[in-house]
Write a protein that binds this ligand. Structure first.
Ligand code: ATP
Ligand code: MG
Length: 204
C-alpha cells in the first residue's frame, strides 16, 4: 500500500532521514521505531506532503505521491495525527472532527470554513459521521466539551477521530501513546487493533 524507496531528507547539512526504504502492505500494522531525532516525524511529513524528500520515492497504492500537496494526499486516502497535538482547543470535540473533515480535504482553513455552510445536507451527514467517529474512539459522551479541556489521552483519541473523518485507507500515528498512562495505552492499543479489524485500516 505504501512504499518508501531510498528516501532521504536533508535540512541544510543535517541529514534527518538517510536512505530509508520500507513497505507497508494493506491491512498491516507497522511500527516505525527509532530514538529521538531519528527522523520518524520527518518521514511522516514526507509521506503526507508537508515536506518534499531530498531524494527517493514515495508510492501509495502504486502512484508516486512525492511532492503532492497535503490536501491531495488526504484525498488519496492517507491521514495522520501529530506528535504535538493540534486541536482547535476552544472548539468542541465534535466540531474538531467536523472541521477536520473539511480542512484536510481543502487547501486552506478559509476554504474549509467557507465550504461548511455551503452544503447543508452534506453538513448534516458530516456531523452524523463525526458522532459515529467520536463513539468509535470512546469520546461520544464528551462530544460537546471543548477539546482543550479534555484529558491528554482523550485529546490523542480525538486527534485519531479527526484523522478518521477524512475516511483514510492508511493512518499514520505519530507517537500515539506519548504521555499516556498504562491504562490509556492499553485502551489505545485496543482501538488501533479494532481500526484494522473493523474498519479495514492500514496503520503505520
Ligand atoms: N524543519 C526542520 N529544520 C531543520 N531540522 C529539522 C527540521 N525538522 C526536523 N529536523 C531535525 O531532523 C532530525 C529528525 O527529527 P524528527 O523530528 O524527524 O525525529 P523523530 O524521530 O520524530 O524524533 P522524536 O522521537 O523526538 O519525535 C532532528 O535532528 C531534528 O532536529
Ligand atoms: Mg517525532
Amino acid at each position: 500500500m505504501l512504499e518508501c524507496d531510498h528516501v532521504s531528507v536533508a535540512f541544510g547539512g543535517l541529514v534527518a532521514v538517510d536512505d530509508v526504504s520500507f513497505a507497508v502492505a494493506e491491512g498491516e500494522i507497522v511500527g516505525l521505531i527509532g530514538p529521538n531525532g531519528a527522523g520518524k516525524t520527518t518521514l511522516f511529513n514526507v509521506v503526507t506532503g508537508f515536506l518534499r524528500a531530498t531524494s527517493g520515492r514515495v508510492r501509495f497504492r502504486g502512484d508516486a505521491i512525492g511532492g503532492e500537496r497535503p490536501d491531495r494526499i488526504t484525498v488519496r486516502g492517507i491521514a495522520r495525527t501529530f506528535q504535538n497535538i493540534r486541536l482547535f482547543r476552544e472548539m468542541s470535540a465534535l466540531e474538531n472532527v467536523v472541521i477536520g473533515r473539511h480542512i484536510r480535504t481543502r487547501a486552506t482553513l478559509l476554504e474549509a470554513v467557507l465550504a461548511a455552510p455551503a452544503h447543508r445536507l452534506e453538513e448534516a451527514r458530516v456531523r452524523l459521521r463525526a458522532r459515529e467517529l467520536l463513539d468509535l474512539v470512546g469520546l461520544g459522551p464528551r462530544a460537546h466539551e471543548p477539546a482543550g479541556s479534555l484529558p491528554y489521552g482523550d485529546q490523542r483519541r480525538l486527534e485519531i477521530a479527526r484523522a478518521l473523518a477524512t475516511e483514510p485507507r492508511l493512518l499514520l500515528l505519530d507517537e500515539p501513546a506519548a504521555g499516556m498512562n498504562p491504562a490509556e495505552t492499553r485502551a489505545l492499543t485496543a482501538l488501533i487493533g479494532s481500526l484494522r479489524r473493523d474498519a479495514g485500516l492500514t496503520i503505520l
